[in-house]
Write a new protein. Structure first.
Length: 172
């Protein structure tokens, strides 16, 4: 069998195309053993590894670039970044202090309740939330534990069970 075959072919639009087609390397070879499969997979893995062979070099270069950028940062830029970080921290601490103060003003002492229910981002919202929570707690304490119809017996005293018990124990 030759590597090239000459065919008289035409496209769907009727134009002639080159009749020379190469069949070298187009033959399908079925995988018949584990060794064949291992060889094919190994070749594929090697091609993938070759794509990322320079990963460690790129990682080292990126680390060097980060070091250079931080070294080139002026003292003013470093101070500005530190100021921004501290301002964020101060804002968080102030908000927490405001939350605790409002909770204390309304008699809310449970830390879990404070964290769970006082979630507002401004003093007005926090005050409304604390007032609502304190009112609910006061209502609960005022009413106490309440079970509706507690102590009311809805069954009559004379039932089949009662008659059976009296018959067993000789009661009338």
């Amino acid at each position: 069998m030759s590597d090239t075959a000459t065919q008289d072919t035409s496209n769907t639009d009727g134009k002639e195309t080159s009749g020379d087609t190469s069949t070298a390397g187009d033959e399908f070879k079925p995988i018949t053993s584990q060794d064949d499969l291992n060889e094919i997979v190994g070749d594929r893995v090697q091609r993938e590894r070759a794509k990322y062979a320079d990963y460690k070099d790129l990682k080292a270069k990126a680390a060097k670039l980060a070091d250079l950028e931080s070294a080139n940062q002026t003292d003013a830029e470093k101070a500005q970044a530190r100021i921004a970080e501290l301002e964020t921290e101060v804002k968080t601490v102030r908000m927490d202090a405001t939350r605790r103060k409002i909770a204390g003003d309304h008699g809310i002492t449970d830390g879990d309740d404070i964290e769970l229910f006082l979630t507002g981002t401004d003093e007005e919202t926090l005050t409304r939330q604390a007032k609502r929570l304190a009112d609910r707690e006061a209502d609960r304490k005022k009413n106490g534990n309440h079970v509706s119809r507690e102590g009311n017996n809805t069954k009559s005293a004379e039932g089949d069970d009662l008659k059976t018990v009296r018959a067993l124990f000789g009661g009338d």
